[in-house]
Design a protein around this ligand. Sequence first.
Ligand code: CTP
Ligand code: CA
Length: 225
Amino acid sequence: LARGVTAPDLAGRHVVVSAGGTREPLDPVRFLGNRSSGKQGYALARTAAARGARVTLVAANTALPDPAGVDVVRVGTAVELREAVLQAARDADAVVMAAAVADFRPAVYAAGKIKKKDDQEPAPITLVRNPDILAEVSGDRVRSGQVIVGFAAETDDVLANGRAKLKRKGCDLLVVNEVGEAKTFGSETNEAVVLGADGSETPVPHGPKEALADTVWDLVAERLA
Ligand code: CTP
Ligand code: CA
């Protein structure tokens, strides 16, 4: 193959990618959210399609154009994202959880807009746990040989935290990147280490999100073969 021409090594495969960040509503006009842009997930969807896969992209609150030839399912909350991912995972060969899923949601949704009162302090917001979708798809393995990939953004002890998280989640691969104020969120580039449940460690140098995406699919394709 010529340089820049991708081998169709995912032809005949169905892959599911989640992207973006969930929003957990407090009332009709407010939510708890995060800074994920969805760019890494969209890069994963585009590169998988270029390598011949059928792709389901579960997009949480992204403001990006639909990638050509990809089935896009739009969701808002973690609970909605779980439904869409579990549904699409039923016949999937691989699931890549690139979305930033809120760990908690407000315990109560106010049907009307929350109003301030001059003589009162604001009420505290009580949170409850959201389901852990990555742990659930890793534990289910609805299809034998399914490859499950997680992402982790860490600020300290990046590799040690990544190893522990990989084990806890039960996934096959975990893409670990170090985050900070200027790093990763909304940027066009990424730098990461991909940890394998088999003990492998694949560093991905600083570069476009497509390059990291292609490395992820290389590692997935090896494990599907
Ligand atoms: N994830 C998920 N469901 C959740 C939370 C996270 O599926 N409720 C997935 C993310 O999509 C990501 C991976 O789990 O692929 C790791 O997310 P991360 O937030 O780093 O892991 P947590 O277990 O939530 O750990 P932490 O306490 O560090 O946030
Ligand atoms: Ca989390």
